[in-house]
Design a protein around this ligand. Structure first.
Ligand SMILES: Nc1ncnc2c1ncn2[C@@H]1O[C@H](COP(=O)(O)OP(=O)(O)OP(=O)(O)O)[C@@H](O)[C@H]1O
Ligand SMILES: Cc1ncc(C[n+]2csc(CCOP(=O)(O)O)c2C)c(N)n1
Ligand SMILES: [Mg+2]
Length: 292
């Protein structure tokens, strides 16, 4: 029988596609992190990100268009935050069914404008095309990060604490459309707590914590997870689209600085610890676009 994409799974598919591409001279971080990092040689590092949302997969036909626009942009900003950086310029591609009301597109761009006005970043252009049905919005962006503030998924060490912002699970009730990208929190973290590794949580802790641990060449142990009110532990681990920050930090830095975490930021919770590779727990579940 012909092997299908769903027999492979998303991570295996991407790994297979990426075989045989040489890195560029200035490409400091290629595929595998929340953003690509380009080193222009001196000064600030450049961050690159692209991210798409699809009707029927990330939002529904009757989702208010302004919320769709907000989500499309906020997802990209969340990935800049995950690197310790800030957004600069964004390009928006929309492919859409010609039967959609004009008011839907107006609403989409209202949401895009609102998110950029609230969190920073400038619309620099885009592309428009038709789609046989539904809609797809792709946002590509560039941002910047100071060299000393760049945080990769790969910097965690055995013994580092695993920490998460906010509460997890139940995002489909509404948060997946209205979430705040954690740019302010990330800016505080890189200046004060100096995480050893960081990513944003999009596919659920069950998928994303093993990714961070593996990128860091570590195993992980974990315990209690801060669940959204009304959510079970399984939902907190597997629902996805939390758009919270998952990071690791040495116990020494945690003791020195965690007490100053601003009161108006979402809660910080220690959920586990990195350990040597091959040890610790395992997790299954979370979101996979091509679930095997
Ligand atoms: N089709 C593709 N071609 C090249 N690289 C890809 C492709 N799809 C994903 N990647 C790369 O693989 C890595 C994982 O992609 P993924 O979309 O899961 O990023 P993420 O940050 O984990 O998720 P999110 O974008 O939802 O926050 C990223 O570094 C991304 O650049
Ligand atoms: C209609 C509808 N059905 C399901 C979901 C849930 N959902 C969609 S994509 C995704 C993971 C992150 O995506 P990606 O891997 O593309 O970053 C999750 C949890 C939704 N938001 N809307
Ligand atoms: Mg990400």
């Amino acid at each position: 029988m012909k092997k299908r994409l769903r027999d492979l799974g998303e991570d295996a598919l991407i790994a297979r596609l990426l075989r045989g591409f040489p890195g560029g001279e200035n490409l400091r971080v290629g595929p595998g992190d929340d953003c690509a990092v380009v080193d222009p040689g001196r000064g600030l590092l450049r961050l690159l990100k692209t991210d798409a949302i699809v009707e029927g997969v990330h939002f529904l036909p009757d989702t208010p268009a302004a919320k769709v626009g907000w989500k499309a942009v906020a997802r990209v900003l969340s990935d800049f935050a995950a690197m310790g950086g800030v957004p600069e310029h964004l390009l928006v591609t929309v492919a859409v069914d010609p039967a959609k009301p004009v008011a839907w597109m107006d609403g989409l761009y209202r949401g895009i404008r609102k998110c950029l006005a609230t969190h920073g970043g400038v619309l620099a252009g885009g592309e428009t095309s038709r789609l046989p049905s539904g809609a797809m919005i792709s946002v590509a962006g560039e941002g910047r990060v100071e060299r000393k503030h760049l945080i990769l998924r790969s910097g965690g060490k055995p013994g580092d604490l695993v920490v998460v912002t906010g509460r997890l699970g139940g995002s489909i009730r509404g948060k997946h459309l209205t979430f705040t990208p954690r740019l302010n929190e990330a800016a505080w973290l890189v200046r004060n707590l100096r995480p050893s590794a960081m990513m944003d949580l999009s596919d659920g802790l069950a998928k994303d914590l093993p990714r961070l641990a593996e990128a860091s060449g570590c195993g992980f142990e974990f315990g209690e997870v801060p669940a959204t009110r009304g959510c079970t532990r399984a939902q907190a681990l597997g629902d996805g689209e939390d758009y919270e920050l998952l990071f690791t930090v040495s116990p020494r830095r945690w003791i020195a600085a965690a007490g100053q975490w601003p009161k108006d930021f979402p809660q910080l919770s220690i959920i586990g610890r990195l350990c040597p590779p091959g040890q610790g727990a395992s997790l299954a579940g979370g979101w996979d676009h091509f679930s095997p």
